[in-house]
Unconditional design. Structure first.
Length: 272
């Protein structure tokens, strides 16, 4: 709620990780509470996604017409899977200066166990191994820009063009093979079918029986320059026979041992 003056931090390193501990002080649901030893709260997926100085400002107060977020400029990537039940940790190391923001960061507080985040750390030693303070049920407000793994999208230029374009963003790590499953039976709400959100029909099985090959969109081998690493773009006229139909699409991904590693969202696409 106050103006952030111009700042220059000599080092602003950011690490992201999932956590084997609960964010609360006491713990909950059989998961132990946050450990005073910082490393004990980081799983082996801990990844440094930013290093180096952070320079910026001034920034107007939040709530003002020109208010904005303070960008950190992350350069690395990190994959977080909330379905595993682990908390998400953002760890910041600010070294080389005793400078402060000059004002308090916006945050959210609430009843223990209900707010969804806590703040832990040490403001005296930049590479501290243990925390010297904790804010039970208070967390700074942080905006996280992210892309979902296996984000499936489809588009076309309309019936007069009858092309078809399919993209799959951020493939699951370890994916080497997969299927694009189709179904023209769309009587259920989108994504509510029994097989990864699809209600299978003859179109579904037609794709599943095809041999794996680079460039085969139905049963593909993951490789550079081809679908699904790159978009699938079918030329104009390809989809003309299917104008008026509605299809559901979903992608399944497997590793080198044909172990399942992930699936996409279900896309319901009408060729109208």
């Amino acid at each position: 709620t106050a103006t952030v003056a111009a700042f220059s931090f000599g080092t602003w390193d950011v690490m992201l990780a999932s956590s084997p501990t609960d964010y609360t002080v006491a713990g909950q649901g059989g998961v132990p509470g946050h450990s005073l030893t910082l490393a004990n709260n980081l799983n082996s997926d801990a990844t440094v996604v930013r290093t180096g100085p952070l320079v910026g400002g001034p920034y107007p107060p939040s709530g003002a017409p020109a208010a904005t977020w303070i960008p950190w400029g992350l350069t690395g990537t990190f994959t977080y899977d909330p379905t595993l039940g682990n908390d998400f940790v953002i760890q910041i190391d600010k070294c080389g200066t005793i400078s402060m923001w000059g004002t308090s960061m916006d945050g959210q507080s609430g009843t223990a166990g209900l707010n969804g985040g806590n703040r832990y750390g040490d403001t005296a030693i930049c590479n501290a191994v243990t925390t010297s303070f904790s804010n039970n049920e208070f967390v700074p407000t942080v905006r996280i820009d992210y892309t979902e793994n296996n984000n499936l999208q489809a588009s076309w230029g309309g019936p007069a063009v009858a092309d078809f374009n399919v993209t799959l963003g951020m493939l699951s790590p370890g994916a080497v093979e997969g299927f694009t499953m189709l179904s023209a039976t769309t009587v259920l709400p989108a994504g509510q079918g029994p097989i990864y959100g699809l209600l299978p029909d003859s179109l579904t099985w037609l794709g599943l029986v095809q041999p794996a090959a680079i460039g085969n969109p139905f049963h593909f081998i993951v490789g550079p320059g081809t679908y699904p690493t790159n978009p699938l773009n079918l030329p104009p006229g390809t989809m003309a026979p299917f104008v008026g139909q509605t299809w559901d699409l979903v992608v399944l991904l497997f590793d080198g041992s044909f172990g399942f590693v992930g699936n996409s969202n279900v896309v319901r696409f009408s060729f109208n």
